[in-house]
Design a protein around this ligand. Structure first.
Ligand SMILES: *Cc1c(COP(=O)(O)O)cnc(C)c1O
Length: 377
């Protein structure tokens, strides 16, 4: 039996343990310290320097704090891309607010500006002004950011950008994670770089990152006796795992290039196959880190072979793949929430598959995947 090929695994660069050792040697084994500070600085520099970063325990925690800082409260509505991982929407519900789901458009597979504006008009006509917009750069592909921001400005609704999958992606030569009033990053184990688990809140407004650190460390007021005027959270990043992050920052540019090379390899190998199309940068304005290479299968052009057939065939060959995210408006837990769309994300979900995309894959591994796809379709 061939060895298992995984979808996306953690990939250490080699320097991580040096930074962890430093944390141990100096006894900074706490959720703050020199690695946390340096990791925040290095992320801000990577994102081109005009932003502030707060390192947190998870991307989900970052999103939760971003919504709190935006002022999302019980009974409010928040506009959220439907085609995403559940962590984009869950924090809305943590706040007792209601997600209003927005469908995707066909170019980027991300939030449709048209459906977004339609939703805003409709919610306003029902007497409710949504409190925030959460677009998601899915699989690393930048959202149509100009259009979304224009709507955000027109209606005065702030954008909280979910850039969890898009570290290193750019739109019009500007980093994803620097467009919204706030943005979130994730360093979960399967992301382009990892701290085993972790996340960050990013903003051009330093006040927001300061506030997020305050809320993330139990909201302690400046008093020796632990006084509290806010409800706090335990969401700060540990100085030990921040050491992993610092090691990973050293290889981030290489990791982006490797993910993009995986994507080029699959495109080249599969270009002759009728019925396969790729999630693709719509123009030179878009630069995706291609975190996961994602394809659509059109059964009308593959003699009836479906996404399910390819998924099963790969699985039988010990190759892990994954259907595209099931849209939130189709999830049982969110089924009663409003949705504005036209079936685009539902159709992506029905026909789409993520191929193994880790940066630890060898050319041999990639060839095995491509050969299996060619054989099956
Ligand atoms: C991974 C991910 C998150 C959550 O990040 P965690 O660090 O796992 O909490 C949020 N949104 C999207 C789109 C993600 O892929």
């Amino acid at each position: 039996m061939n060895s298992r090929i995984h979808l996306s695994l953690a990939h250490m660069g080699g320097q991580e343990q040096k930074f962890i050792q430093e944390a141990f040697d100096t006894n900074w084994v706490v959720p703050m310290g020199p690695n946390v500070d340096a990791f925040e600085r290095e992320l801000a520099e990577f994102l081109s320097g005009d932003v502030y970063v707060a390192a947190l325990s998870a991307g989900t925690a970052a999103l939760h704090l971003a919504l709190i800082i935006t002022g999302v409260e019980a009974g409010d509505e928040v506009l959220c891309q439907s085609f995403t991982f559940s962590a984009s929407a869950n924090p809305i519900v943590y706040q007792g607010a209601t997600p209003v789901f927005i469908d995707s458009e066909k170019d980027t597979w991300n939030m449709s500006p048209e459906h977004l504006e339609r939703a805003i008009k409709d919610r306003l006509s029902k007497g409710k002004k949504p409190k925030a917009i959460i677009p998601v750069h899915l699989y690393g592909m930048p959202v149509k950011m100009d259009e979304i921001r224009e709507i955000s400005v027109k209606y005065g609704i702030p954008v909280v950008e979910d850039a969890a999958e898009a570290l290193g992606s750019k739109y019009k030569n500007r980093h994803c994670g620097t467009f919204g009033e706030m943005a979130v990053l994730s360093f979960n184990g399967n992301k382009i770089i990892t701290t085993s688990g972790g996340g960050a809140l990013v903003s051009r407004n330093e006040e927001y990152t300061v506030k997020s650190r305050f809320l993330a460390t139990q909201a302690r007021d400046a008093a020796p006796h632990y006084q509290h005027t806010h409800i706090g959270y335990n969401y700060r990043m540990s100085n030990v795992v921040a050491g992993i992050g610092r090691g990973q920052m050293l290889v981030l540019p290489e990791r982006i290039e490797q993910r993009r090379a995986n994507n080029r390899f699959y495109r080249e190998q599969l270009k002759e196959i009728d019925g396969i199309s790729f999630q693709t940068e719509p123009s030179i304005d878009y630069f995706s880190n291609y975190w996961l290479t994602s394809i659509l299968i059109d059964p009308e052009k593959t003699n009836g072979k479906t996404r399910e057939d390819l998924y099963s065939a790969l699985n039988g060959l010990n190759i892990e793949s994954r259907p595209l995210w099931k849209p939130m408006h189709l999830q049982p837990v969110f089924k009663d929430h409003p949705f504005y769309g036209d079936g685009t994300s539902e159709s992506l979900f029905k026909n789409g598959l993520c191929l193994p995309s880790g940066t630890g894959l060898t050319v041999n591994d990639l060839q095995r995947v491509a050969d299996a796809a060619k054989f099956t379709l």
